[in-house]
Design a binder for this molecule. Sequence first.
Ligand SMILES: [Fe+2]
Ligand SMILES: [Fe+2]
Length: 431
Amino acid sequence: MSWTSYTHAHLPYFIEQVPVPTDSEVYIRLADAPRSALTQVHYDPTPRTYHQVTIDGLEPGRSYYFEARSDGVRAVPNLISTSIIDPMTRDGVFTTLTPPPGEYVQTVVVLNDTHVGLGEHLVKGTGETPYSYFVLEDSLKEIAALAPSAVVINGDVTSEGRPHELRVARRLLDAYGKEKQDYFLTRGNHDRPHRGSEDPRANYESGTVLAPELARGTAETSSAKYAADPFYDNVNDFFDLPYQQMWATRKGNLRLIGLDSADANNPAGGTMHDEQLAAFEAELQSDPHLPTICFTHHPLTRQQALTAFGSRPFLLDKRSATRVEELEAAVPGVFAHYSGHTHRGRRSKGHIATNVDFIEAPASGEYPDTYTVVKFYTGGFTQTTHRPDTERVRGRMVPERWSSHGVLPEGTLYRTDHRNFTVVRDLSALA
Ligand SMILES: [Fe+2]
Ligand SMILES: [Fe+2]
């Protein structure tokens, strides 16, 4: 849990508040024993403005009431939407997860929207590390300790696909492991092929020109005009990630499929070319029963489109989205589909692929700066969401809380039980 200490109650938005350093205390009791005494489970006298505490030793499947205190004053929720919809924020009650039945099999970690390159302007000329670099670096260090079978960075790897951002992303990821063995990427809209004219200082022209036939949707692709101002695919120069191509890999009896939903012609929404959809179908049909998770940067379901800022035009286009759901519905093996892009943590159901959990994971390189741990068992899976616990990431949390005039956290946090949950379903084929 985390909170920030301020001198007084205040509006959640618009007027950035100056935090005050205090000590940190957490008290808990069982939620179904309202008369029992609160037990202090954490005390740290270090004066801090942002407090982040992990409490161990709780029983699985129990509800606890908690109070976080700063200099003896109880922290109260401030964001409006989470105070209404999130029981943990609203009632001060959280319920620990129960692992699914069966044997533990493996762990996969999902990051998305790492946006390497963000925050560079804040430290220009200081020699300090931009926050998007160190949030990823610190996340990967914690993730390495979990020894997952795979890490997937599900799009918006970079801030804008600039060569220098890709170089940093490559360096940080190579310090973690090997591409397509330990870590896998999908592209996001920010990693799409760019034209040199989109940002003359980015040096996109140092990259490989995107073949005109791949730049479809652009009227002049076959003309001399395209030759004069083509798309450059810098991403594929730094990573093994051809534009509009899927990849598939197996970790034990778990199949991971990464789809490229980036659209060179669209800075926000996504698409999938017919060739990629056909390849996706062939891969699924080659082993329809194999337990499978799919990854697209852009969310796609009707529910996701109805509830996201920007609605359908911001997500995967309807034609591609419908086809993806149809293909997933046609095979029994697909059980989860991860997306990023909205920067929010939210679970949804498909309206065609009704047997698939569609999960948006929060952003990893911008508020709330989290990574998502998915543990697989023969009887289901659990998802938990974590913020790296290092001093430099902690130091970013107050300014990020107030980014976008303080409104951003409202849209990204949603409910605790959409970021941390257990799904019980038969995954015995994973064994
Ligand atoms: Fe993003
Ligand atoms: Fe995105």
